[in-house]
Ligand binder design. Structure first.
Ligand code: INI
Length: 157
C-alpha cells in the first residue's frame, strides 16, 4: 500500500514579509484586531522590520491596497482587518459583500494568501466579542492563518 502524501502548513515561518491593511472605520474595534495581529506575528518570530501596516478609510478601500501589496511581489501574505456592523450600516450587504468578494479574487489572481479578518456582525457587541473578549480575537487568528498559508504554499511550491 502506497503512503498518502500529506502537505500541511506549519505555524512558524522564517523570512516572511507580511502586510496588514487596516480600516479606520469602527477603529475602536479594528485597532484591537491590529494589536492582536501584530502581537501574534511577533511572538511567532516575525520581526517588526518584516511587517508593514497600512490604514485606509474603511472596508471598501481595503481591497485596492491589499491588491497593491499582493501584486508588488514583495509580500508573502496580506492580512485585511476591518469591522462592518449591520446595526450601524444601512448598506451593510454591499460593504461586507464587496470587500469579501474582492479579497478572495485578489488571492486567486496573485497567488498571494489574503487573510480576510474583516468582521461582519449584526451588532457592535458581537464585534467586541470577536475583537479580544469572549470569542477570542480574529486579529490573532488572522496572523496564524497567514503563517499557515505561507508555510503551506512554500511546501507545495
Ligand atoms: N466601512 C467599514 O469598514 N465598516 C462599516 O461598518 C462601514 N459602514 O458602516 O458604512 C464602512 N463604510 C465606509 C466604506 O467602507 C468606505 O470607506 C466609504 O464608503 C468611502 O468609500
Amino acid at each position: 500500500m502506497v503512503d498518502i502524501k500529506k502537505v500541511d502548513g506549519d505555524l512558524t515561518v522564517s523570512n516572511a514579509k507580511i502586510a496588514v491593511v487596516t480600516g479606520r472605520f469602527n477603529g475602536f474595534i479594528v485597532e484591537s484586531l491590529l494589536a492582536a495581529t501584530l502581537d501574534t506575528l511577533q511572538r511567532a518570530g516575525i520581526t517588526s522590520g518584516d511587517i508593514t501596516v497600512s490604514h485606509v478609510p474603511g472596508a471598501l478601500e481595503i481591497p485596492l491596497v491589499v491588491q497593491t501589496f499582493a501584486a508588488s511581489g514583495k509580500y508573502d501574505a496580506v492580512i485585511a482587518l476591518g469591522a462592518v456592523i449591520r446595526g450601524s450600516t444601512p448598506h451593510f450587504d454591499i460593504v461586507a459583500g464587496e470587500s469579501a468578494r474582492a479579497l478572495s479574487s485578489i488571492a486567486l489572481a496573485t497567488s498571494v494568501p489574503v487573510i480576510n479578518a474583516i468582521l461582519t456582525t449584526d451588532t457592535i457587541e458581537q464585534a467586541i466579542e470577536r475583537a479580544g473578549t469572549k470569542a477570542g480575537n480574529k486579529g490573532a487568528d488572522a496572523a496564524m492563518s497567514a503563517m499557515e498559508m505561507i508555510s503551506l504554499l512554500r511546501k507545495i511550491n
